[in-house]
Ligand binder design. Structure first.
Ligand SMILES: C[S@@+](CC[C@H](N)C(=O)[O-])C[C@H]1O[C@@H](n2cnc3c(N)ncnc32)[C@H](O)[C@@H]1O
Length: 307
């Protein structure tokens, strides 16, 4: 896999986007009514963020700032966590033999759901900078690494994904769930295609992949400000992209997901447009709507077809 976009920066320091995702999940644990799902996210925050974000006032300031920058970001990330949590729990309950996190960042599912996991082996892949920082913080916080969890340092740009997984003990003949959360939008089409091709050709029957993606027109609009783009948050995203170190680079056009997957040897199991996702994951126990997410981010779950 050759061309991830964030390149140089994530080779020298930990991923900022991974940290931002952890900050969102930490804030969500504090929200009444949201039922924040990640009680371990706090340990990954830098000391200043840990201090200030422990106050409701500063959490509000932070969320307002995010909302001004690109409305729907917080809602998108937190709803996404719930969806991925659900699929993870379902897989470990069914004792799916392997789960691979591609670009794991500060994911804590292997720890949070330890009691539900039976024999599933879990692999976390990320660049060494982010992965080493995660391991350091887990150790510092006295969190033991469960025996079923392996870390595979890999730079998707330059390293062989298959080799990294094999070195970590991955078995290409077993059914596997690949979780690709918050990553496709940062990489090139070539990298997306190569990852899907790897999954299709190197995993057992019934293997699946779950990922989120953005609409391609938003990516084009963001990079060259092409024409009109009326999705919720798209204009602000384009404006903020100018200063971004990790701009979005890959998308799939609205309505094209089924064909996109079929062409790459996958069949669609589940798909949510932003509107469908909001109805399912941004509603609290009392049925109250918790807020609008990006109007251009979708979630999909697909199965690799037998060769
Ligand atoms: C937005 S973060 C998502 C992290 C995590 N999946 C989550 O949802 O919290 C993107 C992740 O992809 C990883 N990543 C980006 N480019 C990479 C590369 N070339 N090789 C390996 N990992 C990469 C980053 O280090 C980061 O952890």
């Amino acid at each position: 896999m050759k061309s991830y976009n964030q390149k140089k920066r994530i080779l020298n320091s930990e991923s900022v986007t991974a940290l931002m995702a952890a900050i969102h999940r930490f804030i969500a644990t504090k929200e009444r009514g949201f039922v924040g799902p990640d009680q371990l996210a706090r340990m990954f925050l830098p000391p200043k963020a840990k201090f200030f974000l422990s106050f409701a006032f500063f959490r509000k300031v932070f969320k307002n700032k995010l909302h001004k920058m690109v409305p729907g970001t917080y809602e998108y990330v937190t709803a996404r966590t719930k969806f991925f949590d659900q699929l993870f729990v379902q897989a470990v309950t069914e004792n799916v033999p392997q789960i691979v996190f591609l670009g794991a960042g500060y994911d804590t599912r292997a720890l949070r759901f330890q009691d539900t996991i039976k024999e599933t082996r879990i692999f976390e892949l990320d660049v060494p900078t982010t992965q080493n920082n995660k391991l350091k913080l887990l150790k510092k916080n006295g969190i033991a690494i469960p025996a079923n969890l392996s870390f595979a340092p890999v730079n998707f740009d330059t390293d062989d994904l298959g080799q990294a997984l094999l070195n970590a003990g991955y078995d290409p003949h077993l059914m596997t769930l690949f979780m690709w959360e918050g990553v496709t939008m940062y990489i090139t089409e070539e990298a997306v295609n190569e990852t899907l091709s790897f999954i299709k050709n190197n995993s057992g029957a019934g293997s699946t992949v779950v990922f989120d993606y953005l609409y391609q027109s938003v990516i084009l609009y963001q990079s060259v400000i092409l024409g009109q783009c009326d999705y919720y948050g798209a204009r602000q995203l384009a404006e903020s992209a100018k200063d971004k170190e990790e701009p979005f680079s890959f998308g799939i056009e609205e309505g094209q997901i089924k064909e996109f997957l079929l062409e790459r040897g996958f069949s669609l199991l589940k798909h949510y447009t932003p509107q469908e996702f909001e109805k399912k994951y941004l509603v609290n126990k009392n049925g109250n709507f918790l807020g609008k997410m990006y109007g251009f981010a979708c979630h999909t779950y697909a199965e690799a077809q037998d060769i």
